[in-house]
Ligand binder design. Structure first.
Ligand code: AMP
Ligand code: ZN
Length: 489
């Protein structure tokens, strides 16, 4: 309700902050017109220490009691199950295989009866097989890389886009940003969900948005200083690179940055501290994935102690990735997500392969939304390089297209000067290995070109002699990732 009043323009932002503070003291009863009017009158021109204030975009949903949340989730889950059963042959078949009818899903407790969805299901249903809305209602398509050449597609109705900007607005409010801020969106715009997802949330809170997309570092820094950017959105590794270039250009004193919203790839608390020091900001973690909606699934509040999960839209579960049984709060396992408000592509029990745990204790900030720990690792072999998902199997399928290449390869990933470096060693078949430099250079160029178009990022290709890549007697070890990004989390 407070937000509605704020949006209607009846209240100044500073007054809104004061009311939030007072509500913390006198409790939820303040949520009525009469009480609010009284508080507003009383608060006119009353100073308030800022450090008491936590901005909450949508208290009606972010601060529900557990009982209220479970009721809401149950209702939304029932609707979602009905929707997919009647509109998605994929889910109808899956449920029928389990002998499950929609009526059997009455509450969140029944979630465990529902079938899982995995990345391969999305690949098999490529491109639109998982949609539960007719194409005439789909207004946006996004995609990210899957385990093979085929991307994972996400389809959004107008309502889905609205939900997306809502959860991103919550994210930015939790980082104490509002209409007075200038947002520089340096996530990639396009099929990747990062750019447009962050963009819509920043517009929703009324900030001024610079849609610069990723790359073009000098221009980023020029606009950052000229326009007085206060909030930066990009991958943490790109933020570190920007910080380094800012130092090199000697323009630190011209910056007005106060907040950074970083995500799309794992990053450590150490990296957070480094970014906060280098850019003189508070850095917030944002989590999401294309299959669910994109960024905005979970977000840091200013306590920076876990990521609040937008569980009125996406229900999280933690399961043991081997037994597939649910794990209790606090235990680390695989994150599984069910969307309960999406129309275009609702997803039941999506196995993210991301490893983390959940904490249901109420946060200092006043939000009751469950908190997810930082992502601790993955239960599959997916790598995230420069923000792009890369599976070794994708590389293998490309190499198999080349008769000159043997099916022996090794991926090396490192982080040098805060930038991911990606090198692939490819063994050449004996009959094609040649001393003619031009032939080898040509092969290298063709492989690099093809990989770039399939993976969506460039890799340095190194052709190596026949039989020079170590053979394995068991499970082949095809990746050396020197970044150790999860180990330090
Ligand atoms: P995409 O589908 O391209 O958006 O990639 C989604 C994947 O990126 C997730 O399943 C995670 O593995 C990873 N990811 C996204 N945000 C974060 C984050 N804040 N911390 C760690 N990993 C993340
Ligand atoms: Zn919090």
């Amino acid at each position: 309700m407070l937000c509605e009043i704020l949006n209607s323009g009846l209240l100044k932002f500073s007054e809104y902050k004061k009311i939030l503070f007072l509500r913390k003291i006198i409790g939820q009863k303040a949520d009525s017109w009469l009480v609010l009017n009284k508080i507003t009158q009383f608060l006119q021109n009353q100073p308030l220490p800022l450090f008491f204030i936590y901005m909450i975009w949508n208290e009606s949903y972010e601060c529900l009691s557990r009982k209220e949340m479970l009721e809401l989730q149950g209702k939304r889950l029932r609707n979602t199950v009905e929707r997919v059963y009647h509109n998605s042959p994929f889910y109808r078949n899956k449920m029928q295989e389990l002998g499950l009818s929609p009526e059997e899903i009455e509450s969140v407790e029944d979630l465990v009866k529902l079938p899982f969805t995995v990345k391969n299901d999305l690949r098999d249903q490529y491109p639109f097989g998982l949609f539960s809305s007719p194409m005439s209602e789909i207004v946006r398509l996004h995609a990210s890389s899957g385990t093979t050449g085929k991307p994972i597609v996400g389809g959004y109705t107008r309502k889905d886009l609205n939900i997306w900007s809502e959860v991103m607005a919550r994210t930015f409010s939790a980082g104490n940003c509002d209409r007075s801020d200038i947002f520089q969106i340096a996530y990639g715009y396009g099929l990747f969900t990062g750019g447009l997802g962050a963009h819509s949330g920043a517009e929703r809170i009324g900030a001024s948005v610079i849609p610069i997309s990723s790359g073009n570092t000098e221009k980023q820094i020029q606009l950052m200083t000229d326009f007085g950017t206060t909030a930066l959105c990009c991958t943490p590794s790109y933020a570190l690179y920007l910080a380094e270039m800012i130092k090199k250009m000697g323009v630190e004193s011209k910056l007005k940055l106060k907040a950074g919203f970083f995500g799309a790839e794992p990053w450590t608390d150490g990296m957070r501290k480094e970014l906060e020091n280098k850019l003189s900001i508070k850095a917030f973690d944002i989590f999401g994935l294309t299959e669910i909606i994109g960024p905005g699934v979970a977000f840091n509040c200013s306590e920076q102690n876990g990521l609040h999960f937008n569980e009125d839209h996406f229900i999280p579960e933690i399961i043991d990735p081997h037994t597939l049984k649910p794990l209790p709060p606090g235990e680390v396992g695989e994150l599984v997500i069910t969307t309960i408000t999406k129309e275009g592509m609702p997803i039941l029990r999506y196995r993210t392969k991301d490893l983390t745990s959940l904490n249901y204790e109420t946060c200092q900030c006043g939000r009751t939304l469950v908190r997810m720990d930082k992502i601790r690792g993955r239960s599959d072999d997916m790598l995230i390089i420069r923000g792009v998902n890369v599976f070794p199997s994708q590389v293998e399928s490309v190499l198999l297209e080349f008769s000159e290449a043997a099916p022996h390869y090794h991926l090396f990933v490192d982080r040098i000067n805060n930038t991911d470096v990606f090198e692939i060693h490819v063994e050449v078949r004996p009959e094609f290995f040649s001393d003619h430099l031009s032939q080898m250079l040509d092969l290298k160029k063709r492989i690099a070109h093809r990989l770039q178009s399939v993976l969506g990022i460039s890799a340095e290709i190194k052709l190596v002699e026949p039989r020079s890549i170590e053979r394995s007697t068991g499970k082949a070890k095809r990746v050396t990732d020197k970044r150790n990004i999860y180990k330090q989390v």
